[in-house]
Every structure is written in structure tokens, then in C-alpha cells.
Design a protein around this ligand. Structure first.
Ligand code: UGA
Length: 432
């Protein structure tokens, strides 16, 4: 099939490359000329394991193309995926849909035969209705169908999530579009992926509901972790004991820092805003947002207590600063709150991240990047494991740290407390 992805950010690039790998002809479009030229040379704008190899392979065999020419690419394609950003509005919590509607206007100027237009970006319920309205102002409804097909890719796991998804959700009541899209996803369906055909509005809401529910699960376990710390219970036992109940499920029950990233914080706020517009109070999600926003100050307080209130001049090392492992993404990472706060309290901070130095901390005079783990932790009073990179899972602390009184605060519960006790390392985890 002939596809075009408008927007070569995270969603558009990963989905486009994976569709090409399934045998489709895909054009990935972006208005950023440099990005498109870089992609043609095999320079990938984001860090995502496995992506570079797939781009190179499919670009070489000519199933994947990159272009800045929207009109020409739409003309050549049967299915058009809108994959542009839907960030939070500057002065509110709702999603800013200006990029989506601009693209809809550009598409309507280029339709001369039947096209399926798909929103893959995360868009509030009724956005598809609006896109349809915009396009139908200039184009006959017989020439296009607007469908919602949300993505459920996790950063760092995106290729696997695309190739082996739990489900594909297609929001359309148009039988012709449904048939074409079922065919597009057939390689995944035949491997066991569930195909869900529903209304467009339902598909839009499924995406927000899923992210809000996952954010709720994480917040739930994070709050229970706070209780576990007071009653000498290991939160991991609770996660296992609860998760084995198939109605609950064990995934997304890992306690840790506040959830972050480009999706959960933005999408939880957007769904609440949409519901408010319909005068519906999503009080559970509102509490989740609040609890998550409080979590970083709570963990800073914990650091303060671990250091017996003496933060000034303490050498603190952060291992990992991105919002999770296997990504270079800093968006809404809890380190963006924790590092400046501890810096303000007088701590001297070193950090190491496998994806390199971050601009976010360059202005803080006592925050420095180290280019390897051993160097980063060498002089530390306190080592904070902030993200769960494999690189941090078997550090020989006693060899690497020269300060004999160092403490480890493992915010991802990577290490066993018993093992750390054996090694005579003063160790704290989350919820245990
Ligand atoms: C999330 C969803 O998981 C994807 O299904 C969705 O497609 C994507 O948002 C999106 O809307 O585009 P992502 O933000 O890449 O994916 O990352 P997650 O793996 O979901 O992690 C989000 C945050 O939750 C991270 O800060 C992570 O550390 C935290 N988390 C996750 C926990 O604290 N505990 C867990 O058990 C799981």
C-alpha cells in the first residue's frame, strides 16, 4: 500500500519505518528541511534502539522515502497518517491542536481521488469530527474518510511495540476504510494481534483512557510505596502479589520517581480538560495528576532525610536523568525538578546519562556531567539511581567510590537490599 506520514517526529518516523518494513511504500514528510536531509543520509533525530538499522534497510530498498513536499506525497499516497505534535496549550491544560488543523487544511488542497486520512497523533475526542469538517469545506465527502488509529508505542521499546502490539484500534464506521486498514495491519493480526474496530470518537478516547489508566496504576503503587516505607514492607512483594491477579496485571506496578515523558503528564491533563468541557468531573485522574506533581518534592524530602538534613556541599551523583531508560528524552523527567532543587539547597551535583550531557542543566554552576559511571560516582556522598538503564545494574560501588561513607538511593529498586547489606553499603530503595 502507498502511505504517507505527515510529521517525522517520534510517532511518524517509527510507524513509517515499521510500515515500510512490512512491505508498504512509505513517504515520511516533514517541513524541517534539515531533518529530512539528515534522514536521507541515515542521521536519525531521536534515540530509539533498533530504529537506525530499520531506517537504513528500508531507505536502501526504496520502500521508505523522505520528503518536504506535502502536496506531491499526498497525491502519491492512498493512506495519509497525521503524526504532528499535540503539545499542552501554553496557558492551560488542553491539547494545542493548531498543527493538526493546519495539516488538515493542507491536505484538503491536495485531494483529487479517495484518501483515508488517519490521526495517529494523540488527539482529544471529537478532533476527527473537526478535521472532517475542515476538509469537507473544500472536498466532497465521497473523496475522503477520516479515521482514528491511535498509537501505543513506548519510547525505548517502540519497534517491538509496533511489531507485537496487544491491539490495533481503528476508529471508523466507514466499511471501505475499515477493510483497507484491516488489510494494512494483516501481518500483525495474523501473528495474534487483536483488531478493534470502533467509532472514531471511541478510538480517540481509548488512547487517553489507556494512558490515564496506566498513569493511575503507577501513581497508585507510588502512594502505596510511601506506606510500605513506614511499615517495613517491600513494595515489590505487593506489586507481585497484586499483579498475579489477572484482573489487575503485573505491568506498570513498579514504584519509582514521578512518571514523566511526553505522554502521561500531557494526556492526563488533556483528558481532564476535555471532560470538564462536557461538565464531567474525572476526579480520579485529577488526584493522580496532583499526586504525581507532589512526588518529586516528596522524594527531595526523602533525600534531605537520608542526608540527615545536611545537603549543603554534599556531593550527589545522579545516574540517569531522562524520564526513563532507553531514551534520550528529558520531557517532564522528574530530574528536572529534583536536580535544580538539590542544587539550590547547596548540593554539588554530578550526573551521568548514557545519552550524554543535557542542555537543561548547563546553566546550573554546581551541576556537572561526567562521561562515565565510575568517574561520576567516584567522590560521591550520595548516589541516586534515577533511571533503570542496564548500565547501572551491576556497578561495583565499593571499588568505584573513594569516599567510604557513601550512600546509595535506588529510586528504581534495581538492587537487592540484602545484597547491599552484605556488601556493607548504606542503601535506600523506594517503598522498602
Ligand atoms: C506511554 C505509554 O506507555 C504508551 O503506550 C503510549 O503509546 C505513549 O505513552 C504515548 O502516548 O505516546 P512512554 O511515555 O514512552 O509510553 O513511556 P512509559 O514506558 O509508559 O513510561 C512513562 C513513565 O512512567 C516513565 O516515567 C516511567 O518511568 C514510568 N513508569 C512506568 C513507572 O514509574 N513505573 C512503571 O511500572 C511503568
Amino acid at each position: 500500500m502507498k502511505l504517507c506520514m505527515i510529521g517525522t517526529g517520534y510517532v511518524g518516523l517509527v510507524s513509517g519505518v515499521c510500515f515500510a518494513d512490512l512491505g508498504n511504500d512509505v513517504i515520511c514528510i516533514d517541513r524541517d528541511i534539515k531533518k529530512v536531509e539528515d534522514l536521507k543520509k541515515g542521521i536519525i533525530p531521536i534515540y530509539e534502539p533498533g530504529l537506525e538499522e530499520l531506517v537504513l534497510k528500508n531507505y536502501k530498498n526504496k520502500r521508505l522515502k523522505f520528503s518536504t513536499n506535502l502536496k506531491d506525497s499526498i497525491f502519491k499516497s492512498d493512506i495519509i497518517f497525521i503524526c504532528v505534535g499535540t503539545p499542552s496549550k501554553k496557558n492551560g491544560n488542553g491539547a494545542d491542536l493548531s498543527q493538526i488543523y493546519n495539516v488538515a487544511k493542507e491536505i484538503r488542497a491536495s485531494i483529487s481521488k479517495f484518501k483515508i486520512i488517519i490521526t495517529k497523533s494523540t488527539v482529544p475526542v471529537t478532533t476527527g469530527d473537526e478535521i472532517e469538517k475542515i476538509i469537507s469545506q473544500k472536498v466532497s465527502k465521497k473523496l475522503f474518510s477520516v479515521v482514528s488509529n491511535p498509537e501505543f508505542l513506548r519510547e525505548g521499546e517502540a519497534i517491538r511495540d509496533f511489531t507485537y502490539p496487544d491491539r490495533v484500534v481503528i476508529g471508523t464506521t466507514d466499511k471501505k476504510s475499515n477493510k483497507i486498514l484491516k488489510n494494512l495491519y494483516l501481518p500483525l493480526i495474523s501473528k495474534g494481534t487483536k483488531y478493534v474496530n470502533t467509532s472514531r470518537r471511541a478510538a480517540e478516547l481509548i488512547k487517553y483512557a489507556s494512558n490515564a489508566f496506566l498513569a493511575t496504576k503507577i501513581t497508585f503503587i507510588n502512594e502505596l510505596a510511601n506506606l510500605c516505607e513506614k511499615i517495613d514492607v517491600n513494595i515489590q512483594d505487593i506489586s507481585i502479589g497484586m499483579g498475579l491477579d489477572k484482573r489487575i496485571g503485573g505491568r506498570f506496578l513498579r514504584a519509582g520517581p514521578a512518571y514523566g515523558g511526553s505522554c502521561f503528564p500531557k494526556d492526563t491533563k488533556a483528558i481532564v480538560t476535555t471532560a470538564d468541557q462536557f461538565k464531567i468531573n474525572l476526579s480520579v485522574i485529577k488526584s493522580v495528576i496532583k499526586s504525581n506533581e507532589n512526588r518529586s518534592s516528596l522524594l527531595i524530602k526523602r533525600v534531605f532525610n537520608i542526608l540527615n538534613g545536611k545537603v549543603k556541599n554534599k556531593k550527589i551523583c545522579f545516574l540517569g536523568v531522562t524520564f526513563k531508560a532507553n531514551t534520550d528524552d528529558m520531557r517532564d523527567s522528574s530530574s528536572l525538578l529534583m536536580i535544580p532543587s538539590l542544587h539550590k539547597m547547596g548540593a554539588k551535583i554530578n550526573y551521568f546519562d548514557p545519552t550524554g550531557e543535557k542542555d537543561d542543566f548547563k546553566k546550573l554552576n554546581n551541576v556537572h556531567f561526567s562521561s562515565n559511571i565510575n568517574f561520576a560516582i567516584r567522590e560521591s556522598d550520595l548516589i541516586i539511581i534515577h533511571t533503570e538503564w542496564n548500565d547501572f545494574k551491576s556497578i561495583n560501588f565499593n571499588n568505584a567510590v573513594k569516599n567510604k561513607k557513601f550512600i546509595v538511593f535506588d529510586m528504581r529498586n534495581i538492587y537487592s537490599p540484602d545484597k547491599m547489606k552484605e556488601l556493607k553499603i548504606k542503601y535506600f530503595g523506594v517503598g522498602r
